[in-house]
Design a protein around this ligand. Structure first.
Ligand code: ADP
Ligand code: MG
Length: 728
């Protein structure tokens, strides 16, 4: 997609200076970029319904599309004085009313009698059993008196598939609604396709049976059939995954081949002493991954390993063995956790394990007294701090290490390629890196997120663990649930009660949690000692609370989701989650992972009010959305009840939420793929990965003429990340 002068947008028929400016605003500044502005959807001919057939489709509850002419428009007032906009469309079989109650001002000026629209929604019946659409999505097909016969006529009569494009108020103002986009893109494909240069060599296209780029662009915008569209999509997905894997291939090559790492002597006295003093036996899986890790450490190239293991599988101790090897070799280790609470917990756990060993371990978190902090930093700088524990700020804050040899990143799936690359620049030599995650990721995803890492898996829980029993209960049954908690606490157990804390309304939620805390302390649990844990507490306060809970001084810990990850209190055997419908699946699994860590039978009770369904309906802007939200909630809660297997849970979660959400927002380090679906496109991903890795092996500098365009495209796609890899 190299940009020449003749690629300027104005060369496209239908684009003048105004439209060009509007397009530039959304990042389209050349013809190739316009051609890569892909449809967000298509008008699906198989879903186009005649109005007379709507009534009998109500039952099915699926979305359908009607094409009709604007016949009548009016604004009505409800008894409560709210305005509603009624739009009636007509086709040759009847009349359909569409009702809009939000944005009435806008809608009442939006349509013109005689214009042709496609409207899509789940059909419903009004009081007189006539079909109606509530807030349908609409698409303008043809203005009144417009001559253009291509669009909707061709859709109805020839079976062509019509693309829909994302638009915005600004774009609509210059005529770039769906219809506008269809026009200019059709023109660009007819006249300016040569602006896009094929970047894949013939060889790869043939081997992988992929369409050339010109046909691809033609067919993705204006396919004659869905098969044709799918073939085009395959090619685009391949490209997207190919370039990402190319990035991975270079990262890996650099890490494996060229970087000089530390070759540790893995016969460690400290590790051996720890092993003989452990209060339990390591599982086979732990022993195996410790060997995989120490094998890596022995190599002269730096380690880049992902340690995957479900919650409670015992990753911390594995990391500790690795750290002791590094310490025995005279190097420092950094252990980074996603939250301060977790960092503090690691600090205390490790200190306990190391009680009899001569290892200096320090905790560095925000909110420490200045004097203490300087003292710690001094120790880190001079190397007397052998294990340093902190949050991710450890690498972000330019902290100086004397001789950093091993970096361990705990519970971190929000750590992208770029961030991992920064890590390397910390050590004078190239430190080894071990990334630990409790989120078992499907293979496709790990190849995407961690395509540059080796993977170790702990696939076994310590012996004697009883699976946590999980149940869903409604608010009405709360008294019973609390009674159960009282009984268990009397028997010596401890419990968590967790409240959701959603960022946008953090203050409100926190207030609610505090109010509940007071209620619980005064009423249901007045005979027990309770503590309230939340993110706004100072580090010492959190610390003290955790200590009190660990020592049993506090019986019930009421908390917001700050306790979600990592906390390890084996005597706590009950997890109550309030408003469980507001949590995502992995979150629930993490929360449940806080119990079931000891010998006792543990319980996880998910509380959700009966109103959950109703609220979801109200919240959602349209009915289809509401139905989906509801079924998602049910599915999440059911999955929790049905399985304890983190891997299955992750897959359901991924299915429900899609990869973007699954890994949190921007931060995730997951590239924003436009067309590839990294959950389902496993096959394409594997092929793209193989081609990318082969290519780097054959022509590392991409110097061969047939690879010139790949190189250009690569530089364009990943210009931000290329700072972290070297081509060649
Ligand atoms: P996670 O993998 O979730 O980080 P942790 O490392 O916190 O798990 O370990 C969970 C608990 O299991 C800790 O209390 C830890 O001391 C304990 N543990 C770890 N390995 C074993 C083992 N092999 N046998 C028994 N308990 C173990
Ligand atoms: Mg852990």
């Amino acid at each position: 997609m190299s940009i020449h002068k003749s690629d300027a947008l104005q060369y496209v028929k239908g684009i003048g200076p105004k439209r060009a400016a509007a397009l530039r605003e959304i990042g389209i500044d050349s013809i190739p970029k316009l051609l890569y502005y892909l449809p967000r959807d298509y008008l699906d001919r198989s879903r186009i319904t005649k109005i007379k057939d709507l009534s009998r489709l109500v039952e099915a509850g699926n979305e359908v599309t009607v094409i009709g002419t604007v016949f009548r428009q009016l604004v009505k007032r409800t008894r409560r004085g709210k305005q509603m906009f009624y739009l009636t469309l007509k086709d040759e079989t009847g009349y359909l009313t569409c009702i809009f109650f939000a944005g009435v001002q806008w809608y009442q000026n939006a349509f013109e009698a005689g214009e042709v629209l496609a409207v899509s929604s789940v059909p419903e019946l009004d009081k007189l059993n006539r079909p109606q659409f509530i807030h349908p999505e609409f698409d303008r097909l043809k203005a009144k008196d417009e001559e253009d016969e291509t669009d909707w006529n061709s859709l109805l009569h020839t079976g062509a598939i019509i693309p829909k494009y994302r638009s915005s108020e600004e774009l609509r103002q210059v005529g770039l609604d769906n219809r506008g986009f269809r026009r200019i893109i059709r023109n660009a494909i007819r006249d300016n396709l040569a602006s896009v240069i094929e970047h894949q060599p013939r060889e790869i296209l043939d081997r992988r049976s992929l369409m050339d780029i010109h046909s691809t662009l033609k067919h993705i915008h204006f396919p004659k059939s869905y098969d044709e569209r799918d073939a085009a999509l395959q090619r685009l997905k391949f490209d997207e995954l190919f370039f990402f894997q190319l990035l991975m291939a270079y990262r890996r090559r650099e890490l494996k081949g060229e970087l000089k790492g530390i070759s540790f002597n893995v016969k460690s006295t400290l590790a051996r002493t720890l092993l003989s003093s452990l209060p339990f036996e390591l599982t086979d899986a732990q022993t195996r991954v410790i060997r995989e890790i120490t094998d890596d450490m022995q190599q002269s190239t730096p380690m880049n390993r992902l340690l995957q293991g479900d919650v409670g599988s015992g990753k911390t101790i594995v990391a500790l063995f690795a750290m002791l090897v590094a310490v025995d070799n005279g190097f420092q280790c950094a252990l980074m956790a996603p939250t301060e609470i977790l960092a503090e917990q690691h600090f205390f756990t490790l200190k306990e394990f190391l009680a009899k060993l001569p290892v200096n371990i320090r905790l560095l978190v925000g909110g420490q007294r200045k004097k203490l902090r300087e003292d710690i930093l001094e120790d880190v700088r001079h190397g007397s701090a052998q294990i340093v524990i902190g949050t991710h700020a450890l690498i972000q804050e330019h902290i100086d290490f004397a001789n950093l040899g091993l970096i361990v990143i705990d519970e971190q799936h929000r750590f992208g390629v770029a961030q991992r690359a920064i890590l390397r620049q910390k050590g004078k030599e190239n430190p080894d890196v071990l990334v630990m995650t409790a989120t078992p990721i499907p293979r496709t995803l790990s190849l995407t997120l961690y395509g540059d890492l080796d993977v170790s898996v702990i696939d076994e829980l310590p012996k004697g663990r009883k699976p946590v029993k999980t149940a869903v209960r409604t608010e009405k049954e709360k008294a019973k649930v609390f009674h159960f908690v009282q009984e268990e606490v009397k028997r010596g157990r401890q419990a968590y009660i967790v409240y959701p804390l959603i960022e946008e309304s953090e203050k409100v939620d926190l207030k609610a949690a505090m109010a509940e805390f007071k209620k619980l302390s005064d009423n249901d649990f007045s005979e027990f000692r309770l503590g309230l844990m939340h993110g706004r507490l100072a580090p010492e306060e959190k610390d003290m609370l955790m200590h009190k809970f660990k020592s049993g001084e506090i019986h019930i810990l009421v908390a917001t989701t700050v306790i979600e990850v990592g906390i390890d209190i084996p005597n706590a055997s009950i997890m109550i989650v309030e408003n469980a419908e507001r949590f995502g699946l992995s979150q629930l699994h993490q929360l449940r992972g806080r119990v079931g860590r000891g010998e006792e039978q543990s319980y996880c009770i998910l509380l959700t009010d009966d109103l959950a369904e109703k609220r979801a309906v109200q919240l959602a802007t349209n009915r289809a959305e509401a139905i989906k939200q509801n079924s998602d909630i049910k599915k999440r809660l059911q999955t929790m009840v049905q399985t304890n297997d983190g891997f299955k849970i992750a897959e359901v979660d991924l299915e429900l939420r899609g990869p973007g959400d699954f890994f949190g927002t921007r931060q995730s380090g997951l590239p924003a793929f436009q067309v590839a679906d990294i959950v389902h496109d496993t096959e394409i991903l594997l092929r793209a990965r193989q081609e990318a890795f082969d290519l780097v092996k054959r022509d590392p500098q991409l110097r061969l003429p047939q690879h010139e365009q790949i190189r250009k495209q690569f530089e364009l796609v990943y210009k931000d990340l290329l700072a972290y890899v070297r081509i060649g």
